[in-house]
Design a protein around this ligand. Structure first.
Ligand code: AMP
Length: 395
């Protein structure tokens, strides 16, 4: 796996695909600079070697060139974080970009305008990718968030750098973290899958059964498993058409020696509301008119015991409707258990959409080993797919 450390960037122009798809407020100020901070080590390495950086990214989903999606809005934030003046060109390809790239000196940064102002970016157009490739000497992909897309700047461009291409530090770290869980995790390995629906996680579950010793199925997903086994789930979220699949998963898990843990009790509510009346009940005996929105005290204890036994932990998806304060306790308790296991030496990876939001919201970000920066890319990796952006560097 070629990374930045395999290159010396002295007098080289690094064409770096970053993910600077950052949130902006109504004054076009960056409200969360995590993604810029995440790319900092890569940018600094190139500059310290005596090279220059040409940064390319998308921002939002523009339809053609729309000022509100211009990357010019974030140039000052990059300057502030990297501490180097950031030049900007208002088109990512063409004469102006080529001239600016040509004149770039060692130690300098050039930011290209939003790649998605050209529809050729998302269609993966080869000519467009070739135009981008003319701007730099070495291609660096550091954008995990778009690594599952076969776009011009994330995948197609790599073919124009047959020898001079590598992963940036962030992308390399993402790949290593996933490999630690999926390939080389110290046993026992645990995957915790929560969230709303079985249907959105099914491919992950199927792929992961070959990699783990324990599987916790929590959140809304658990009710499909419980009802499939004859339990009464009341008005809880449930996908009846996925019940045969749930039984098949349980059968496969048994054959593969995977211990599956499903909540035994829930905090049920008489409405999908933070102000609803609540009661703790057995997950197999939820009354009609009531729905399970969080896991109950016995389940928290069982999950805590499992987490503390394991040396490698993957967490995707909340254990309850954590957006409502009264139904966040299961997700918080799980975060506490994972933090403790991590402190005791386990490797913990949190990834994919809502679990990342939960981890940030409840302050667990620095108490787990790694929080992935890519939602869709992370989910596809867990499904066992080879991401096109990663394959393009390895080819
Ligand atoms: P996902 O995107 O599949 O990870 O699902 C995340 C969503 O699942 C969050 O918005 C949670 O509120 C929701 N969720 C978790 N547990 C439940 C539950 N018991 N009932 C309904 N929704 C839930």
């Amino acid at each position: 796996m070629k990374t930045l450390n395999d290159f010396n960037f002295k007098d080289q122009k690094a064409l770096i695909r970053v993910d600077f798809n950052v949130p902006l407020n109504e004054k076009f100020q960056v409200t969360d600079a995590t993604r810029i901070l995440s790319a900092k080590p890569t940018i600094i390495k190139v500059l310290e070697d005596g090279g220059s950086c040409i940064l390319m990214s998308h921002l939002g989903r523009p339809k053609g060139a729309q000022d509100e999606f211009s990357l010019s809005h974030i140039a000052n934030k990059i300057e502030e974080i990297i501490g180097v003046e950031t030049k900007f060109v208002s088109n990512c390809v063409g004469a102006e970009a080529e001239e600016a790239a040509k004149n770039l000196k060692p130690g300098e940064i050039l930011l290209l305008e939003n790649l998605r102002f050209h529809s050729e970016e998302t269609s993966g157009d080869k000519d467009f990718a070739e135009k981008l490739s003319k701007l730099g000497d070495i291609y660096v992909n550091d954008a995990f968030g778009t690594a599952h897309r076969a776009h011009a700047s994330t995948t197609v461009v790599a073919q124009f750098f047959p020898k001079n291409k590598c992963f940036g530090y962030l992308l390399a770290q993402e790949i290593e973290s996933i490999n630690k869980v999926m390939e080389s995790g110290e046993k026992p390995v645990l995957a915790i899958l929560g969230g709303a629906k079985v249907s959105s996680k099914i491919t992950i579950i199927e792929n992961i059964l070959d990699k783990v010793d324990h599987l916790i199925v929590g959140g809304g997903m658990s009710f499909t498993f419980i009802k499939a086994q004859g339990g009464k789930v009341g008005d809880s979220i449930c996908e009846d058409d996925k019940m045969p699949l749930a039984l098949e998963i349980l059968k496969q898990a048994k054959e593969k020696g995977v211990q599956v843990h499903i909540p035994v009790d829930v905090l049920a509510a008489n409405a999908f509301s933070n102000d609803a009346d609540t009661q703790v009940c057995d997950i197999t005996d939820i009354p009609e008119g009531w729905q399970g929105l969080d896991c109950g005290p016995k389940s928290k204890q069982i999950f805590n015991d499992v987490v503390l036994q394991c040396k490698t932990i993957l967490w995707n998806g909340p254990l309850g409707v954590f957006e409502m304060e009264n139904f966040a306790t299961g997700t918080i308790a799980l975060g506490d258990s994972i933090a403790e296991a991590t402190k005791n030496g386990a490797f913990s990876l949190v990834g994919g959409g809502d679990s990342v939001a939960a981890v940030k919201q409840f302050g667990f970000e620095n108490k787990v080993s790694y929080v992935s920066t890519g939602g869709g890319a992370m989910l596809e990796s867990l499904e066992g797919k080879t991401l096109p952006g990663i394959a393009a560097i390895l080819e």
